[in-house]
Ligand binder design. Structure first.
Ligand code: SAM
Length: 279
């Protein structure tokens, strides 16, 4: 396969800049540039889009995003050791890569980007889940981004795309699918990373819908879903009884049997229940 750019191979970049992977920063690097270009393509057409990349590390995915034509990449990296390697990429793509040395959890980079904005990241899993829940729950909808293309451990990816009736179905599925389409676009074995993590990984692509699939107040919907799945084996009349004294009537009005369990209730009926609780 032809090289995606004329920069040195990533193993060389890592050796030159002394970027031994740090466990404390969740560093499992992708060194195959054809694979990172494929991940970049799974984010859709990047030409004419700004991309926010969190955790570029030595820059494998960054190079994929730029080679695939992103108008601009804003890369936020906590580890200052990676900056010289990232500056070399910036020099090879003049004016298209901006690097910020910061903790992504403590930064709002949205004002530095021009729509349409795509977020693409291969992040440590704990940071990824925290950022995902923030991106899915902004003060206003639609959010500042159009799509999210994120690497997760496979089990988390399955929770994001899960359907009612499955073990993986829960808060994350409802939160993600209420206002986005969500699908797994790629699966990766541990050997794809250096060093290899213990688990398999998957890339999830979430596309923001212009408005929620079903109307509901975000806070109420989240309260209902949190309480319902907190005790997922219990019948809803028991797990939700703290919400309202007449919860059984309200469940019935939303098309839910009081004896149903949370994992069998679809998004439409959770939204109907949240609307009913407004009255
Ligand atoms: N994107 C690179 C790749 O695919 O090879 C690196 C992936 S590695 C799994 C995660 C990267 O996120 C590391 O470079 C790490 O330093 C960075 N990172 C970890 N926590 C971060 C945070 N809170 N904010 C920004 N970057 C972070």
């Amino acid at each position: 396969m032809p090289a995606i750019d004329s920069l040195p191979p990533l193993r060389e970049v890592i050796a030159t800049h002394g970027l031994a992977a740090k466990k404390s920063l969740g560093q499992n690097f992708l060194l195959d540039l054809n694979l990172t270009a494929k991940i970049a393509r799974s984010a859709g057409d990047l030409t004419g889009a700004d991309v926010l990349e969190i955790g570029p590390g030595p820059g494998g995915l960054t190079r994929g995003l730029l080679a695939e034509g992103a108008r601009k990449v804003l890369a936020v990296e906590k580890d200052a050791r990676c900056l010289p390697a990232l500056q070399e990429i910036a020099a090879a793509y003049p004016g298209r890569l901006e690097v910020i040395n910061a903790d992504a959890l403590a930064l709002d980079p949205s004002e530095r980007l021009t729509p349409p904005i795509k977020i693409v990241a291969n992040l440590p899993y704990n940071v990824g889940t925290e950022l995902l829940t923030r991106w899915l729950d902004p003060a206003d909808w639609p959010p500042f981004w159009d799509s999210l293309t994120l690497m997760f451990q496979r089990e988390v990816a399955e929770r994001i795309v899960a359907q009612p009736g499955s073990k993986a179905y829960g808060r994350l599925a409802v939160l993600a699918q209420w206002r986005c389409t969500a699908r797994i676009v790629m699966e990766l074995p541990p050997e794809a990373f250096t060093p290899p993590p213990k688990v398999r990984s998957a890339v999830v692509h979430l596309q923001a819908l212009p408005e929620p699939r079903f109307p509901a107040d975000a806070r109420l919907l989240q309260a209902v879903v949190a309480q319902a799945f907190n005790q997922r084996r219990k019948m809803l009349r028991a797990s939700l009884k703290g919400l309202r004294p007449d919860i059984e009537d309200r469940l019935l009005a939303a098309g839910i049997q009081p004896t149903d369990r949370a994992e069998t209730v679809d998004l439409e009926r959770f939204c109907a229940l949240a609307r009913n609780l407004e009255s």
